[in-house]
Design a binder for this molecule. Structure first.
Ligand code: FES
Length: 284
């Protein structure tokens, strides 16, 4: 028996937003019945804001829970906010998923991306720009690596990158690739090694001060702020001096020292992980 969080169990037993939307503006699909899991995500828009979402899934309890929480995560958000949601965010929102079930969160992210691709049009300039923003175009290619589960190089690369995977077993947990006949395991190993080598080289390239300032602003605006807004808070970037990032945390009462410390640590951890381990966050 897997060790599921209470939130996973709740969304599995009482899934939210199950069904279809007759007048959906977008439908995103991921997985396939032949591979054991599939998800169809229906999205209703008002302008560029998601006003309703429903899903149909065929899969295990974690697939139901991940799809259910994903609909809750996107309703009320603009597509600009929705596009930053990663599989890690879906799993975190559920209070975590067992390693062997992380592929369910990846399926949610892929359905979302499929919907965005359809919204902009696969060959449109908007989608190409968005894809560049989402993936930084550092993928090796779109060739199918695992024919048993129809998983491409891109999908494996993305799972490694977003979740920091370093072993074939982890890649199988997140994408299913390698989980049947095992013929693709050698290629998966090669992709991991290529990614790690590339990453190591990139680590040596220091960001210029201007690049760092721009990146800090972007991470705060596009990734940290939306997370804080979910709990009624927000963050304002006040100043950057070298590695000291001064921020104003909104929605935390002046007397709540613990909440304020927790938030500061959260922001600092995000910036350290995404940009530079030397970053210190100060609340002003
Ligand atoms: S080809 Fe990947 S498990 Fe069979």
């Amino acid at each position: 028996m897997w060790d599921y969080s209470e939130k996973v169990m709740d969304h599995y037993r009482n899934p939210r937003n199950v069904g279809t939307l007759e007048d959906a503006d977008l439908i995103g699909e991921a997985g396939s019945l032949a591979c054991g899991d599939s998800l169809k995500l229906f999205i209703k828009l008002d302008g560029d804001r998601v006003i309703d979402a429903k899903f149909q899934t065929f899969g295990c309890g974690s697939a139901v829970a991940a799809s259910s929480i994903l609909t809750e995560m996107i309703i009320g958000k603009t597509l600009d906010e929705v596009k930053t949601i990663t599989n890690k965010d879906i799993a975190n929102e559920l209070g975590g998923l067992p390693a062997q079930k992380m592929h369910c969160s990846v399926m949610g992210r892929e359905a979302l991306e499929d919907a965005l691709k359809k919204y902009y049009g696969e060959n449109s300039e908007e989608w190409k720009e968005l894809e560049l923003e989402i993936h930084s175009h550092d993928h090796p290619g779109n060739k199918i690596v695992c024919t048993c589960f129809n998983v491409s190089e891109n999908q494996i690369w993305e799972a490694i990158k977003v979740n920091g995977l370093t072993t074939v077993e982890e890649v199988t947990n997140y994408t299913k690739a390698g989980g049947a006949c095992g013929r693709c395991k050698g290629i998966i190993k090669d992709i991991i090694e290529t990614y790690l080598k590339k990453n190591k080289n990139e680590e040596k390239i220091e960001l210029t001060p201007t690049q760092k300032i721009l990146k800090i602003g972007k991470v705060i605006e596009q990734q940290i702020s939306p997370q804080l807004q979910k709990d009624g808070g927000d963050i304002e970037l006040v100043d950057i001096e070298g590695n000291i990032v001064k921020v104003k945390l909104i929605g935390v009462c002046s007397g709540c020292k613990n909440a304020s410390m927790t938030l500061k640590n959260f922001v600092e951890a995000e910036l350290k992980e995404k940009i530079d381990n030397k970053i210190i966050v100060e609340q002003v």
